[in-house]
Design a protein around this ligand. Sequence first.
Ligand code: SF4
Ligand code: SF4
Length: 62
Amino acid sequence: MGTLEFVVDDDRCYGCGACIGLCPTNALSMKELLAIVEQELCTYCDHCIPSCPVDALKILGR
Ligand code: SF4
Ligand code: SF4
């Protein structure tokens, strides 16, 4: 299995917060109107991805 990386496109994210509470492992939090991820907690489940109105959440490497 390759290495996956969860990324927040910080040019797109405007801090609406829609994604934050959806993460089952609490990998997402908000810092100064930007969603940030704790990479070690992300299980790459995709659950948060469709919640973002500006398509800022991506999983790279697959
Ligand atoms: S992909 Fe899943 S585990 Fe990773 S941040 Fe989104 S909801 Fe959380
Ligand atoms: S849903 Fe998208 S725009 Fe809203 S905080 Fe999350 S990443 Fe940012």
